[in-house]
Design a binder for this molecule. Structure first.
Ligand code: FAD
Length: 412
């Protein structure tokens, strides 16, 4: 392998062009900084690991971020509004409902296929002339005076690039997080999410269903073309069996767990499996390195919060960079003061969402009768208590203690 020692100094190098890294690159465009996005897999349709067959429930805050970066107009045609959320517990009496109307909103959120978000983001990156280095894999991070250097592998050759700030947006198994010396914790939930989409006898009427079953939670999300997205969480020990079922067998078992709220399940698409863990970085930063998205925290999808939180990570960093640039003529994108502000802001939001999501997973995993009763009573009480519902609605809409400007619809 030939090693070239080409050295280029950037303000920021965003390592990882998944949904979060690509969005950050677009958010930063108005600042006129020297930015490049490095991504291991070139976007060529749904084969991309980040922009695959999954569907994502996007909070209203995330929609506003996508509006700000010009991605939303490209998604509007396929984004399906969620007008109600229905939460229930298989075989129990508790259930809860949330409605956009009650909250005075047009929608609680939107469901968008991941590969379409990927296509829209990559189109916008090109339209904005943002430097994208792909396919290119970051293989090393090293320190230099007042910069950090990454070594990347492109077409079998290595190159070195330097930046004031390195952004680790390289997903849950982040190489950069580790190379920066940031510890992480991992809890294996022993569950695997199996996703697909299906055609149902009855129209979904823009309702998102979340249902807790003895084997794990499942969700049915409204999609365009009157289809629905399925996310079925099963014990990891059963995942191979479920993946091996014929379509008929899968539909019949899913139907049994979900019930007949949408009539009969008629047809199912390809299935994909995602083992679920909670992975958390102990810190959102190290000197001249900011960590965001799944590299900072990978969550169970039970509450549909991972991307929404990751986009708030990106919008917070973009906001702090914009403010620092306005205030300081000797602006340094990787200065410690800026990064420690970023880390403190994100720590608070991340802790809140991780605790909420993890508690939900554990609560609905309990097999003890008393806890089950408390949980059902909780769901019923939740349906009656406007305060609790408002809090849940705020969460599903992407509200947090301090909301970044872009997520509020304000300019950077
Ligand atoms: C089944 C399921 C359902 C979900 N549903 C929802 C939902 O409804 N709502 C929600 O908000 N969230 C949801 N999520 C979570 C959401 O999908 C993730 O939080 C989000 O995709 C994270 O994006 P990311 O860009 O941070 O990371 P990733 O998508 O992991 O992207 C990381 C990128 O970095 C690249 N990369 C990795 N290593 C390197 C390297 N060394 N060099 C260069 N590039 C590299 C990868 O190729 C990849 O493109 C769900 C997750 C799952 C599994």
């Amino acid at each position: 392998m030939n090693a070239s020692s080409e050295n280029s100094l950037y303000d920021l190098l965003i390592c990882g062009g998944g949904l979060v890294g690509a969005s950050l690159a677009l958010m930063l465009k108005p600042l006129g900084l020297r930015v490049a996005l490095i991504e291991a897999v070139k976007f060529e349709g749904a084969a991309h690991p980040s922009f695959d067959e999954r569907t994502t429930a996007l909070a209203n805050g995330s929609r506003r971020v996508f509006e700000a970066i010009g991605v939303w107009p490209l998604l509007q045609r396929t984004a399906t509004p969620i007008r109600r959320i229905h939460v229930s517990d298989q075989g129990r009496f508790g259930f809860a409902r949330l409605s956009a109307e009650e909250q005075g909103l047009a929608a609680l959120g939107h469901v968008v296929p991941n590969w379409q978000m990927g296509a829209a983001l990559w189109q916008r990156l090109q339209e904005e002339g943002i430097e994208v280095i792909a396919p290119a894999r970051v293989i090393k991070l090293s320190a230099a005076e007042s910069t950090r250097r990454v070594t990347i592998e492109v077409n079998g050759q290595t190159r070195e690039l330097s930046a004031r700030l390195i952004v680790a947006a390289d997903g849950a198994q982040s190489l950069l997080r580790e190379a920066a010396g940031i510890d992480s914790t991992q809890v294996d939930y022993g569950q695997t999410a199996i996703i697909s989409n299906a055609l149902t006898q009855r129209f979904h009427d823009h309702v998102a269903y979340e249902r807790f079953t003895p084997n794990g939670p499942l969700a049915v999300l409204p999609l365009s073309d009157a289809r629905v997205g399925l996310i079925w969480t099963v014990a990891s020990a059963q995942a191979d069996t479920v993946m091996g079922w014929s379509d008929e067998m899968f539909l019949s078992n899913f139907q049994q767990a979900f019930g007949f709220r949408l009539g009969r399940m008629l047809k199912v698409g390809a299935r994909h499996a995602y083992p679920l863990s909670l992975i958390r970085a102990r810190q959102h930063y190290a000197p001249r390195v900011a960590v965001l998205g799944n590299a900072a925290q990978m969550l169970h999808p039970i509450a549909g919060q991972g991307l929404n939180l990751g986009l708030r990570d990106a919008a917070s960093l973009a906001e702090l960079l914009a403010d620092a640039q306005r205030a300081d003529t000797h602006f340094d994108a990787g200065c410690d003061e800026l990064l420690s502000h970023y880390a403190a802001w994100r720590q608070e939001d991340s802790k809140r969402i991780v605790t909420f999501t993890d508690t939900l997973v554990r609560l609905f995993n309990q097999r003890l009768g008393l806890l089950k009763f408390a949980r059902d009573a909780g769901l019923l009480a939740f349906d009656l208590m406007t305060g609790a519902k408002d809090a849940m609605a705020q969460l599903s809409m992407g509200a947090s203690t301090r909301i970044p400007r872009l997520a509020r619809g304000a300019p950077l």
